[in-house]
Write a protein that binds this ligand. Structure first.
Ligand code: NAP
Length: 249
């Protein structure tokens, strides 16, 4: 069985939302956490203080992971600080929602860059360390939208579907090094990303969720913990955490 005790976990986009909840959950299990952020310095530093005050260990590292060089530096700094990386969680993500007729090339590129290409950049940077260590775990934050598509989210759904293909290929290639690669497909979870959806649209979405509510970040974070602690024989999979919404799609 895997363990979080003393494991070094890098979480991209951990200043807010799902990444923050994941950082808290793995720190609670005894992991040393690298809290990556792009712009939210203060919240990232607050999270690091909070983890330290609870007896854990964490550092905040600024890096825009949609830039390959910065992704490399994030891994370099993690290694400098903790000497290894046991778990990489590719969580950072954005959305720029427009229907296809209004979607600009810039908005397409930006979302693909942050939501898909960053995962490759991070894996590319961490691989030599994980192979030297003799193993590791990689978890990619996809989405229910990557499975089902959604009006106004062509860029986002393409990126998230791309992550699922990437996950399956990486799992096949990296199994022989003792590295597992899995994806999570959350439905609608209570973070800033969902809070930014207009109220009326939120109410419509809620009606599509059989469990009748949006998910909580901690509910996704616990699935991450499960994969790390109990998921040694799970690879190339995606786990749906969506209140049943995909049943209806
Ligand atoms: P969120 O509350 O908007 O937080 C996004 C996080 O990503 C922030 O910490 C942000 O940091 C970071 N980030 C954005 N661009 C970055 C970049 N270029 N480099 C490094 N960090 C970057 O979003 P969330 O809801 O927690 O979503 C987290 C992940 O889950 C995303 O991949 C999202 O697509 C996925 N997801 C979310 C939902 C949902 O319902 N919430 C459902 C399915 C999947 P800064 O503030 O520093 O920019």
């Amino acid at each position: 069985m895997g363990t979080l005790k003393e494991a070094v976990v890098v979480v991209t986009g951990a200043s807010r939302g799902l990444g923050k909840a994941i950082a808290e959950e793995v720190a609670d299990g005894g992991a040393k956490v690298v809290v990556n952020y792009s712009r939210s310095k203060e919240p990232a530093e607050e999270l690091v203080n909070q983890i330290s005050e609870s007896g854990g260990e964490a550092i905040a590292v600024q890096a825009d992971v949609s830039d390959a060089e910065q992704a490399q530096k994030l891994i370099d700094q993690s290694i400098e600080q903790f000497n290894r990386v046991d778990v990489l969680i590719n969580n950072a993500g954005i959305n720029i929602d427009r229907t296809l007729q209004k979607l600009s090339v810039e908005d397409w590129d930006k979302v693909i860059q942050v939501d898909l290409n960053s995962a490759f950049y991070m894996v590319h940077a961490v691989l030599p360390h994980m192979t030297d260590q003799g193993g590791g775990k990689i978890i990619n934050m996809s989405s229910f939208i990557g499975e089902a598509g959604n009006i106004g989210q062509a860029n986002y759904s393409a990126a998230k579907a791309g992550l699922l293909g990437f996950t399956k290929t990486a799992a096949q290639e990296l199994a022989r090094f003792g590295i597992t690669v899995n994806a999570l497909c959350p439905g609608f979870i209570e973070t800033d990303m969902v809070a930014n959806i207009p109220e009326e649209a939120q109410q419509k979405l809620l009606k599509q969720v059989p469990l009748g509510r949006f998910g909580k970040p901690e509910e996704v974070a616990r699935a991450v913990r499960y994969l790390i602690e109990d998921g040694d024989y799970i690879t190339g999979q995606s786990i749906d955490i969506n209140g049943g919404i995909y049943i209806r799609t």
